[in-house]
Ligand binder design. Structure first.
Ligand code: SF4
Length: 393
């Protein structure tokens, strides 16, 4: 006598919400939607952890056309297979993909910032520093505190430091602050808005301070002549500047695309911005559709990451000119540069609103794509809507 088992692969996720279900193979990125009611007993058995992703099929199960189609889809997407074996033999088993419940957040809550010590610093990956004339005043108290704070990051995993300054010259000429940041073992970028580029900058050599990448933010397309002039000047001076195009509609998107193509701008980024009156543009171009989620190509680790933390915000801190430190400037500050960095990170990891801001809110928590959708971003915050999609989960 033979027995037949339906076995799901260990890299396959099964999600059911209300009447809908989704099977997703995180190894090959394939999956399919199904109606839960069509295959209810089988799907419930597969989701029962005790069955370890393998369930026996009855002789007449394959006569059920819904179940037959469901199993054929499982085989087609390589999310699982049928196993025939002699009756009485040990049943096959697989381990469903489960997020380790002893997640970082829970582990950290049990400890304290002092006990966790330097380990907290490993979570810090990106720092944005906003500077103005007050913070850059070389004699100022604030500057000394800021430098002390930056020096305390020497054991962090910092990968990128972004400088956003009202006056780029003031920063590049500010002795100690400039040299402290220059020494930091991370990529360093200086951001400047196109409209803040003054005529004297065009001749000075300030655009290529050694060790820094210059990022030119183009958020205004009124003066196209100036944009062309600046891009050409970067080419002429052989400055590897990066360009960030902040666009609000299709017309600006097309201008940005033409510029990227014409000048072969390899480090260019085109970022839509919500202005309050371009919702239609977002609905048409940014909101997700069912088609966008057909092949999300997320591996197992990336799905777990979506379940645990916000991939847009995690590991990032922002320092404002007044010395306040934020995980995200839209939320209250974590503290100031006078605080211990380890305590600020501990606070965000245990009480914060940004690093661990995941899709666990309605309507996403009732949607089968909850963990395949990108983490919530600034667009959700700006538009004031938790789900930027055209999908009925
Ligand atoms: S944004 Fe939310 S509701 Fe929309 S598809 Fe993603 S998870 Fe579902």
């Amino acid at each position: 006598m033979q027995e037949t088992f339906l076995c799901i692969n260990p890299d396959t996720f099964i999600w059911c919400k209300n009447t809908a279900g989704l099977i997703y193979n995180s190894e090959n990125g394939q999956g399919f939607r199904f109606k839960k009611l069509d295959v209810k007993p089988v799907i419930e058995a597969l989701q029962d952890l005790e069955n370890l992703y393998c369930i026996p099929l009855k002789d007449n199960d394959l006569n059920n056309e819904y179940l037959k189609e469901f199993i054929l889809n499982i085989i087609r997407c390589q999310t699982g297979k049928l196993i025939n074996q002699p009756a009485g033999k040990h049943k096959p088993v697989n381990l469903p993909p489960l997020l380790n419940l002893q997640s970082d957040k829970k582990r950290i809550e049990k400890a304290s910032p002092e006990l966790l010590g330097e380990n907290m610093l490993h979570y810090l990956m990106e720092l944005t520093i906003h500077l103005n004339a007050t913070t850059q005043n070389t004699n100022g108290y604030k500057l000394k505190v800021l430098i002390g704070f930056l020096n305390s990051l020497s054991f962090s995993s910092l990968k990128h430091v972004r400088i956003k300054s009202e006056d780029i010259l003031l920063f590049t000429r500010s002795g100690i602050l400039f040299s402290t940041i220059k020494k930091m073992p991370a990529k360093k970028s200086i951001y400047i808005k196109i409209n803040d580029i003054r005529p004297e900058f065009l001749s000075a050599n300030i655009f290529s301070p050694e060790g820094f990448v210059l990022v030119i933010r183009i958020d205004n397309f009124d003066d196209l002549h100036k944009i062309h002039q600046i891009i050409k000047m970067m080419e002429k001076k052989k400055i590897a500047a990066e360009f960030e195009f902040i666009i609000k509609d299709e017309e600006e998107y097309q201008i940005a695309e033409i510029l990227v193509e014409k000048y072969q701008l390899t480090g260019a980024d085109i970022k839509p911005v919500f202005t309050g009156d371009n919702l239609k543009f977002f609905e048409k171009n940014i909101f997700l559709t069912e088609e966008d989620l057909q092949e999300p190509r997320l591996n197992r680790r990336e799905v777990f990451t979506h379940q645990a933390l916000n991939t847009n915000y995690f590991g990032k801190l922002t320092i404002m000119p007044n010395g306040k430190v934020y995980a995200h400037p839209s939320h209250p500050p974590l503290g100031t540069v006078e605080d211990d960095i380890r305590e600020l990170i501990y606070k965000e990891m245990t009480q914060g609103n940004s690093w661990l801001y995941i899709r666990d809110m309605k309507p996403c928590c009732d949607c089968i794509y909850q963990w395949l959708c990108p983490s919530p971003s600034d667009y959700e915050l700006a538009i004031g809507k938790p789900n930027l999609c055209h999908i009925e989960g």
